[in-house]
Design a protein around this ligand. Structure first.
Ligand SMILES: [Zn+2]
Length: 349
């Protein structure tokens, strides 16, 4: 079995100014650039200067407004054969779009996230819209990840909180994976467990958990990359996705106004870690508090009724995906917690 990992990896301040140099070093001289909506205006000047000075030709440039699979097929077919790599600049939508386009064309993709709201910028899957519904599709793990931590620092704080929520969920995801082994004998890849656990512990053990701190942001980016690698190693989303993710996906379905993926996941992780009796429950609470995640969500809470609906719907999200919610009586126990726990009721209203 062949496992790929990102080969080009640069996470540092002002990395975007050196994008041309990085691509040239990998031997890419003809690329397609995909920008998320509204981002070309912000970043194309720096990127163009950098590419020009390294004599890299932009064969095609597109703004991605939708990650509907039909769009991807249509836009992908117009990419000339001379393109050697696809460069995706922006948030989840353009990166998912580009990962899938690159997968279809079997080209390397370089992801250049301008916010870190989830682990998608370095994961092998792509979340797309298929027949009007969100669906996780197989794709390749990015060949390159370039993160300019200055840009992340200046991105709206909700995105970074969302990334923290997505990362902290590794604790509950791993617990569910092991639970599934006990209940169904589902294969657990120990190395993927190690990577995923180390990723979240790196963040947890970092002293200055300030989202305006460039070092902390660099660390979180690296941890999210490791989550992506854990998924690649196990060929499964299990290392970074358990029942807390099922609840978040279900919330996307049932809620009138869904929030960001990682914010929903972080809130669900808090509740699920309680339900699991997870030994990291107190740590999860502490990290979410110290980073400012709890404060942020308290000011922008999820809808309580929709969250309860999401818990009921969650086991239907993925077939044959055993989690704590599959065990007898756990669904009702969690709903009771959501209805009555004083602390949790700051996060859902
Ligand atoms: Zn996630």
């Amino acid at each position: 079995m062949e496992i790929s990992t990102p080969t080009l990896l640069r996470i540092k301040p002002n990395a975007i100014h050196k994008i041309g140099k990085y691509l040239r070093k990998e031997g890419f001289t003809r690329v397609a650039l995909f920008y998320g909506e509204g981002l070309k205006e912000l970043f194309s000047e720096h990127i163009t200067i950098s590419l020009d000075s390294s004599e890299i030709t932009v064969i095609q440039e597109e703004i991605v407004v939708s990650n509907d699979i039909d769009n991807i097929f249509r836009q992908t077919m117009s990419i000339p054969g001379s393109v050697q790599a696809i460069v995706a600049i922006g948030g989840g939508k353009v990166i998912d779009f580009s990962k899938y386009a690159a997968f279809i064309l079997q080209l390397p993709i370089i992801s250049v996230p301008t916010s870190i709201s989830n682990d998608g910028f370095a994961s092998p899957g792509a979340s797309l819209v298929v027949n009007g519904r969100r669906k996780s599709m197989k794709a390749n793990i990015p060949y390159g990840v370039i993160v300019d931590t200055e840009i992340i620092k200046n991105s709206p704080e909700r995105y970074t909180y969302s990334g923290i929520g997505d990362l902290i969920s590794n604790y509950t995801a791993i617990y569910d994976w092991k639970l599934s082994y006990d209940a169904t004998r589902e294969y657990v890849n120990d190395f993927a467990v190690l990577i995923s656990t180390n990723a979240v512990e790196n963040m947890v053990n970092y002293k200055n958990k300030n989202i305006a701190d460039l070092e902390f942001l660099r660390l979180i980016c690296g941890c999210l990359v490791m989550s992506g690698v854990a998924m690649e190693v196990s060929r499964s989303s299990r290392p970074a996705s358990g029942s807390e993710h099922l609840i978040s996906h279900a919330y996307d379905h049932v809620a009138a106004r869904p929030s960001l993926h990682g914010l929903q996941v972080g809130v669900a992780t808090f509740a699920i870690s309680w339900l699991q009796g997870n030994k990291e429950h107190a740590t999860i609470k502490e990290v979410l508090e110290i980073t400012g995640f709890i404060d942020y969500v308290t000011k922008h809470p999820l809808d309580k009724e929709d969250f309860i609906k999401a818990i009921r719907y969650a086991p239907n999200i993925k077939e044959n995906y055993y989690t704590i919610l599959s065990a007898k009586g756990k669904l009702e126990k969690l709903i009771d917690f959501v209805k009555t726990d004083g602390y949790f009721n700051h996060l859902v209203k």
